[in-house]
Design a protein around this ligand. Structure first.
Ligand code: NAD
Ligand code: TYD
Length: 352
């Protein structure tokens, strides 16, 4: 793998993946990060990496939906492997505005596959990063396996399911050397504060209401983002072509318990005299339409075949995550004030 194209590398998981991969001794190639810098793409997340690895890391601003941009990137950088993160990723936004999800997640994946197909034998691997949400919602028992039928319930999960099908079809029809991964909910540094965990951490710090949807008993399986990145790397290097791997933290929790634990950590790290526990900020709000009740992942395939296992449990991962947000007030301020957008415009110009 000499020239790895990472799409969506300025987002939450993509930027963690690039930070994880560049220093590794078992990766000596170059990374080309293609990202069109939507609201979720923060190029500042990687400015230190760009300085530290000027010969091995390059950022290209561009849209995965644009075949001309892709053709140029593939040929100029002699791409021989792809790790595809770029997506619209927030379920709530997919409910209020599904168009961008269809465009980026489905059409973008299709255009990338078309470009990859033109490489013929020069393509070593196309890895598609996907979600457990494609499987739909579980009842009180059971786990998603790689054989669970797809039953997506939100425009987001339906668009990801569609992209998964395209990737698998390109393997069967054109012999593309693909792998796929379907992962549970991630948390950790650099997550945009619209998702449950960073939103609750920041609101708790600022003594703002903590909006919990419905009865708060929806269950998610939580995984620390660096563990996800390591799983993707294991799959890229050792995963069997054409295979799907489920990735999860074996860490099922009701949303209300996640929020309570955030309150307790913030109370401990940032006690405020005279203030009651942050738990008092919890506010039950109207439920998300079509809200999936429970996700749970059976990740025995990746554990048994590739020897992957998460290094963090919920307590250690959350301690790192909350600590990171407490130590990065500047990052939070720039994201919340929109200053990171203005910086992007001075560096790369307005979006085309
Ligand atoms: P994110 O929203 O934080 O980042 C997405 C990135 O993609 C941003 O940098 C954005 O600018 C870029 N992007 C969006 N549209 C683009 C386009 N048309 N062209 C080029 N770049 C574009 O998302 P994330 O949470 O880092 O998720 C990354 C991937 O992992 C997604 O495919 C998502 O479906 C998947 N995933 C996420 C989770 C999770 O818990 N966050 C769990 C499982 C799988
Ligand atoms: P989210 O972080 O949006 O991830 P996803 O919808 O992909 O699982 O939400 C995680 C869970 O938290 C989900 O069940 C919805 C719930 N939630 C809230 O209760 N309040 C909130 O403000 C948000 C953003 C999410």
């Amino acid at each position: 793998m000499k020239n790895l194209l990472v799409t969506g590398g300025c987002g939450f998981i993509g930027s963690n993946f690039i930070r994880f991969l560049l220093p590794r001794a078992d990766f000596t190639g170059r990374i080309v990060n293609l990202d069109n810098l939507t609201y979720a793409g923060n190029a500042e997340n990687l400015t230190d990496m760009a300085q530290e690895y000027p010969d091995r890391y390059v950022f290209e601003r561009g849209d995965v939906c644009d075949p001309l941009v892709l053709a140029d990137i593939f040929s100029r950088h002699d791409i021989d492997a792809v790790c595809h993160f770029a997506a619209e990723s927030h379920v709530d936004r997919s409910i209020t505005g599904p168009d961008a999800f269809i465009q980026t997640n489905i059409v973008g994946t299709f255009q990338l596959l078309e470009q990859a197909r033109r490489l013929d034998d020069r393509l070593i691997r196309f890895h598609h990063v996907s979600t457990d949400e494609v499987y739909g919602s579980l009842g009180a028992a059971g786990h998603f396996t790689e054989q669970t039928p797809y039953r997506p319930n939100s425009p987001y999960s339906a668009s990801k399911a569609s992209s998964d099908h395209l990737v698998r079809a390109y393997a069967k029809t054109y012999g593309l050397p693909v792998t796929l991964s379907n992962c549970s909910n991630n948390y950790g540094p650099f997550q945009f504060p619209e998702k449950l965990i960073p939103l609750m951490v920041l609101n708790a710090l600022e003594q703002k209401p903590l909006p919990v949807y419905g009865d708060g008993k929806n269950v998610r399986d939580w995984l620390y983002v660096v563990d996800h990145c390591r799983a993707i790397w294991e799959i890229l290097v050792k995963g069997r072509e054409g295979e799907t791997y489920n990735i999860g933290g074996d860490c099922e929790m009701e949303n209300i318990d996640v929020v309570k634990s955030i309150c307790d950590i913030v109370d401990k790290l940032r006690p405020e005299d005279g203030q009651p526990s942050r738990r008092d900020l919890i506010t039950f709000v109207v439920d998300r339409p079509g809200h999936d009740r429970r996700y749970a992942i059976d990740s025995s395939k990746i554990r048994d075949e590739l020897g992957w296992t998460p290094a963090e449990n919920f307590a250690s991962g959350m301690a790192k995550t909350v600590g990171w947000y407490l130590d990065h007030g500047d990052w939070i301020d720039r994201v919340r004030s929109g200053e990171y957008r203005r910086w992007i415009e001075t560096q790369y110009g307005s979006p085309g």
